[in-house]
Design a protein around this ligand. Structure first.
Ligand SMILES: [Ca+2]
Ligand SMILES: [Ca+2]
Length: 109
């Protein structure tokens, strides 16, 4: 399973290009540009599984930092500021990590 079976290469490309500059990443915009916000809950869950590299069912801060690389291996890391901002919008239960339901809620909201 790879990201290219879920999202088109062009859409990924434009989403990655849009946030090339450090501290320009906006999660909602990224989900819109990449087309992920129009996907089914099942597809969103698959993407969650790709970001959750150690497959423990949660996206931890370190995995979140590598978020863009899930979509494009050559993409940059998120800055600490972006990672914290991302976590603060998605982490509804405040446990400091992202559950699949929290991820889905943000992407499909
Ligand atoms: Ca994890
Ligand atoms: Ca959480």
């Amino acid at each position: 399973m790879s990201i290219s079976s879920i999202l088109s290469a062009d859409a990924i490309d434009s989403a990655i290009k849009d946030c090339q500059a450090p501290d320009s990443f906006c999660a909602k915009k990224f989900f819109d540009l990449s087309g992920l916000s129009k996907k089914s809950p099942q597809d969103v869950k698959k993407v969650f599984g790709l970001v959750d590299k150690d497959h423990d069912g949660f996206i931890e801060e370190e995995e979140l930092k590598h978020f863009l690389r899930t979509f494009c291996p050559g993409a940059r890391l998120l800055t600490d500021k972006e990672t914290k901002a991302f976590l603060s919008v998605v982490d509804n239960d405040g446990d400091g990590r992202v559950g699949a339901d929290e991820f889905q809620a943000l992407v499909l909201s």
